[in-house]
Design a protein around this ligand. Structure first.
Ligand SMILES: [Zn+2]
Length: 652
């Protein structure tokens, strides 16, 4: 009866507004029952939840390794940031809301869809402290909407035979197992997770294990963490664990506890210890490269769980697949994803692209031989399809947010390219350190990172971000070279996989020139689709390799073209921009670019037999020539009063 009464009050005053104000974003949210962090008009639930700022969550729950059944309470301490008479929060509709208290006062409540509403007897003023305790229980749903599976899962590990209950809330699934406000913009200042469970179990969670309290045949694990945290990074993992702990000793900082919860099974313990031992050197490296570990006052650790990957829960990664790379990736997240969290899911790159790149750095500095292949694999994955941006353009699709190809691999590749553009590792790592220092404890966007790059380097990275981060695709370089005497001429034509998005990638490119007497590497900067380079080199050239160190996300070919005419006029200058023809092959017109040579310049076009078929004057640095009257075939164009410059093109 009271329930019906409440429904009358609350549904009439709130849900009527919900349906009246629905927009695309909230439609996605209500259909999926998710708090959508996208920009745009707020839903009524967002409006209500944004009336308070959560400072603290205390989860006090009963949980076993044998099922996902949950009961208990969650206390939140918040500050009213505008007057409010209804306290709204998220809880999946399959869960049962038992009661809500404000201090000692029980509130009228309603659970509509995946949102709950508790009505204060009187309006809370701006600045009021809201001390809310939510009692609930139930068996969480299995909607499969988390980044890997459900918000909470019970599964059996095949090798140890142990049943494990573990959570994975990213991006929007915390509400499947605890009442919360999921907002990337409202980072919680601190959180406690207390879990009462069978005394045979151990419970892994965030922060520091303050106490284990015996309660009959059960034990309560009391984890406390005192750093800012997102809802989705709060986690638990419950089973029979063996505690394998040791310390890392970063330079100039106190020792850091590394606490690993391994399945309590002799075979697993023996197999996993060497894997987890790697955490020490990687932690010490990252502290050096990125600055102090933000959670050094607590710990870093792993809780094993039978999931198909890992999840960077703050200070306690949940790990199913265990190898060097994933340990490095998840530990990297503690800087990129945990200490600094993406401000919106559109900006997931600042979590995943960076964590993927941290694993490359772990290889580069600690297991050097494996670094090149890691980058090659990353590039191959990123280029396995022609399209897509690192910027996440659809946050309603969890698969898109966590696209391995775009968010992770292309995301990692472009950080490597920022490092290449900077051409200064001290500067590059100072940028990473400054970014962490500036945004630690909060959130950041990709453009926040760009600003740090620009502030410290003094260079404008707008074009870089437009082509590599917001833009789609990658370039392909087709290089033709020829050596006549001591003149090496290189013509390199760039095409792109998504010309409708990016028709030209402005980028430095390295060429490795292999000769009979050794190799030389030069760097040219691409500012046009066809780039010519001429250098003087006395030794006999065997090959010219594009991007020999795999800095760039690109495909390339390089062939010797014995018919290629020499380019450039000044043999004393090592790099000579010359004339270029585009497109080549062409149909009815060509563009001739004369680079740094001042127009006007005379030109003559010769056919394959050496007969002049067209001539005139190039009036500008870029001149469009009508070639529709020419027969199909091979042509040479010579430019300058003394035919100093020459190039060839094919009319189709
Ligand atoms: Zn990750």
């Amino acid at each position: 009866m009271r329930h019906l009464f409440l429904l009358f009050i609350l549904i009439s005053s709130i849900t009527s507004t919900i349906f009246a104000q629905q927009n695309f974003c909230s439609e996605v949210k209500s259909n999926r029952g998710r708090y959508c962090p996208e920009s745009g008009p707020e839903s009524i639930q967002e409006v209500l939840m944004n009336k308070y700022d959560v400072k603290f969550y205390h989860l006090n729950l009963n949980l076993e390794r044998t099922s996902t059944d949950i009961s208990g309470w969650v206390r939140s301490i918040s500050i009213a940031i505008s007057p409010l008479d209804t306290f709204a929060f998220e809880l999946y509709n399959a869960m049962i809301l038992d009661s809500v208290f404000s201090g000692t006062q029980k509130l009228l409540t309603a659970h509509v869809g995946n949102f709950c509403y508790a009505k204060f007897p009187t309006t809370k003023a701006l600045g009021a402290l809201l001390d809310i305790k939510v009692y609930y229980h139930g068996t969480p749903p299995k909607p499969g909407t988390a980044a890997i599976g459900d918000g909470i899962t019970n599964a059996t590990d095949a090798s140890s035979g142990l049943q494990v209950t573990y959570t994975l809330s990213q991006p929007y699934s915390a509400e499947e197992w605890w009442p919360c406000k999921q907002s990337l913009q409202d980072k919680i200042d601190s959180s406690y997770v207390y879990i009462t469970t069978d005394s045979a179990n151990k419970v892994g969670s965030n922060g520091k294990l303050k106490n284990t309290v015996v309660i009959g045949n059960k034990k309560r694990y009391e984890w406390q963490q005192t750093n800012p945290i997102e809802c989705y990074l709060i986690s638990v993992a419950v089973t029979k664990y063996y505690d394998y702990s040791f310390y890392a000793y970063p330079v100039n900082t106190p020792p850091i506890l590394i606490q690993n919860y391994i399945y309590d099974n002799p075979t697993t313990i023996a197999a996993m210890k060497p894997q987890f031992n790697n955490t020490k050197s990687i932690m010490e490296l990252y502290c050096k490269l990125f600055g102090p570990y933000a959670f050094a006052n607590e710990k870093y650790g792993h809780s094993m769980a039978p999931l198909g990957g890992g999840m960077e829960h703050q200070t306690m990664t949940t790990l199913g697949v265990i190898n060097y790379e994933i340990i490095a990736h998840e530990l990297g997240h503690q800087w990129f994803g945990d200490a600094v969290t993406c401000a919106t899911w559109n900006d997931i790159w600042v979590n995943e692209g960076f964590a993927t790149y941290t694993a490359y750095l772990a290889y580069q500095y600690l297991d050097t031989a494996r670094a090149p292949q890691y980058m090659v694999n990353s590039h191959n994955s990123a280029m396995s399809a022609p399209d897509g941006s690192v910027w996440c353009n659809d946050t309603s699709n969890v698969g898109r947010i966590f696209s391995s190809r775009l968010t992770y691999q292309k995301g990692s590749s472009i950080i490597h390219m920022i490092r290449f553009e900077l051409n200064n590792d001290t500067l590059f790592f100072n940028i990473l350190k400054e970014y962490i220092r500036k945004f630690k404890g909060g959130t950041a966007t990709a453009l926040n990172f760009k600003k740090v790059v620009e502030d410290l380097s003094g260079k404008d990275f707008t074009r870089f971000f437009n082509q590599w981060y917001f833009g789609e695709g990658y370039p392909t370089f087709n290089l033709f070279w020829n050596q006549l005497g001591s003149r090496l001429s290189i013509i390199n034509a760039q095409s792109t996989s998504m010309p409708s998005s990016v028709s030209l990638f402005n980028t430095p490119v390295e060429y490795k020139i292999k000769t009979t007497k050794g190799d030389t590497t030069i760097k040219v900067y691409f500012t046009k689709n066809v780039q010519g380079t001429a250098i003087t080199i006395k030794d006999s050239v065997i090959a010219v390799q594009v991007d020999p160190s795999n800095w760039l996300l690109c495909k390339s070919s390089s062939v010797k073209d014995p018919n290629q005419l020499p380019i450039g006029i000044n043999t004393d200058s090592p790099l000579i921009p010359d004339i270029f023809i585009y497109p080549n092959p062409s149909k009815d017109e060509i563009t001739i670019t004369t680079g740094t040579f001042n127009a006007p310049l005379s030109y003559r076009i010769y056919d394959a037999l050496g007969k002049a078929v067209k001539s005139g004057v190039l009036l500008n640095a870029n001149t469009l020539l009508d070639t529709h009257t020419l027969a199909t075939g091979f042509y040479v164009i010579r430019v300058g009063d003394h035919n100093q410059m020459a190039s060839k093109f094919v009319k189709q």
